[in-house]
Design a protein around this ligand. Structure first.
Ligand code: COS
Length: 385
């Protein structure tokens, strides 16, 4: 439930203004330079954006899931690169510690993520481990009061900037699949960590990913999340349930932005003697886009409310991720189509967004993985009915 509607509205209004007045005008520069300007990062920190979903006792704003998705709808109205920078601290870079970490681990590591002084990253994917994330090959061998990590993590969001990693590594080679995997908190300056060069991506310029290579990296045994081996895969899945809801909300925000841009263009652009928004085939594309974005918004809010009630949301989160990421792809495609030849030109933001949104159908679980999660949950529910 919204805990204080007035304060929340103030936050959303402030954020909406920040997006409109600071972030949207900087989008092109971020895309060209492949970097977010330092003064914008400083403003994001001052606004508390790195700790939106981190509880107050660890220095964050402590938003509920419903409040967080309302904020993400606003943040989605600009280049995903801005959200990506603070997204890991709120999401996959902090939630493993928050969901399953010990109190000591939370107190030690989360406050620095809440302020944005340290950037967090989530190391699950590997060169040979993508959708089958239980197959983690990175090894963690116990050696006295430490574990020694060896392996390569791939496509790690914010990897070049991260000062704190949540790393899924296999502690028991005899247990295949997720049961042999543990999650570790690894400080970015630990000897034995090398960062690969930043990946060259299709879109989302300004958001950076790279390989993180662990070569005999010694991590204190006290940094195993939850203090116990074998929980890491489940921790990762719980983190992703939450992350998928957040990404879905961002997809809705981007869709709303693209619809606004397409409407503005269609009102301006004249063909056959009238603005193209008066042509029914253009109207159909706008109407379908708005209806689908509204459906996405409604389902994300509903799922977020379930999460705030403490319900398990794996099925709902996957439904949201599946629908919203595919939906924003269709909306971006129509937005380009409405712009006609101009939509193919880099001068218009829709060209950039068309490439940016492609990632939403892939990361934090592909569409096909969401389908698998949904079908398995249906079977599980039917079996236990
Ligand atoms: N919450 C809590 N526990 C979960 C869970 C969740 N959301 N999902 C699975 N588990 C538990 C299961 O209950 C099971 O527990 P038991 O062994 O006690 O029965 C265990 O974890 C293993 O689950 P499962 O058998 O379903 O695991 P699979 O290896 O079949 O993998 C998928 C399931 C494919 C869904 C998982 O690997 C996945 O989500 N892959 C995509 C990963 C991803 O999103 N990567 C993106 C990059 S990270 S940004």
């Amino acid at each position: 439930m919204i805990r204080d509607a007035e304060t929340l509205q103030q936050l959303i209004d402030t954020l909406s203004r920040f997006v409109r007045e600071r972030l949207v005008p900087a989008e092109q520069q971020v895309a060209e330079n492949d970097a977010i300007p330092d003064d914008i990062i400083a403003e994001m920190k001052a606004m508390g954006l790195f700790g939106l979903s981190i509880p107050e006792q660890y220095g964050g704003l402590g938003l509920t899931m419903e409040e967080e998705v309302l904020v993400a709808f606003e943040l989605g109205r600009t280049s995903p690169a801005f959200r990506s920078l603070m997204g890991t601290n709120n999401g996959i870079g902090a939630q493993g510690i928050l969901i399953d970490g010990t109190e000591e681990q939370k107190q030690r590591y989360v406050p620095q993520l809440a302020t944005g002084d340290v950037i967090g990253a989530f190391c699950l994917t590997e060169p040979d481990v993508g959708s089958d994330s239980g197959a983690v090959k990175t090894r963690a061998r116990r050696d006295g009061e430490h574990y020694i990590l060896n392996g390569t993590k791939r496509f790690i969001t914010n990897g070049p900037h991260a000062g704190l990693f949540t790393v899924m590594a296999r502690t028991n080679a005899d247990i295949p699949g997720g049961g042999g995997v543990s999650a570790f908190i690894v400080e970015g300056d630990t000897p034995g960590i090398t960062r690969g060069k930043a990946d060259v991506k299709m879109g989302q310029k300004g958001a950076h990913t790279c390989d993180i290579i662990f070569d005999n990296c010694r991590v204190p045994a006290a940094n195993i999340i939850g203090g116990q081996e074998g929980l890491g895969f489940k921790t990762a899945m719980k983190v992703l349930d939450r992350g998928r809801l957040h990404i879905s909300a961002v997809c809705v925000g981007v869709a709303m932005r693209l619809i606004d841009d397409a409407v503005a263009f269609a009102m301006e652009r004249q063909q056959f003697g009238k603005p193209i928004i008066e042509h029914q085939l253009i109207q159909a594309m706008l109407a379908d886009s708005r209806a689908e974005a509204f459906a996405g918004r409604s389902m994300v809010l509903e799922a977020a409310r379930s999460k705030d009630r403490g319900e398990r949301v794996s099925l709902d989160a996957s439904c949201c991720k599946l629908f919203c990421s595919e939906m924003v792809g269709r909306v971006a495609d129509r937005a380009v189509q409405i712009h006609g030849g101009a939509g193919y030109m880099a001068e218009y933001p829709v060209e950039r967004f068309y490439r940016d949104v492609r990632l939403f159908r892939i990361y934090e679980g592909t569409t096909q993985i969401q389908q698998i999660v949904i079908a398995r949950e249906l079977a599980r529910q039917a079996a236990s009915a």
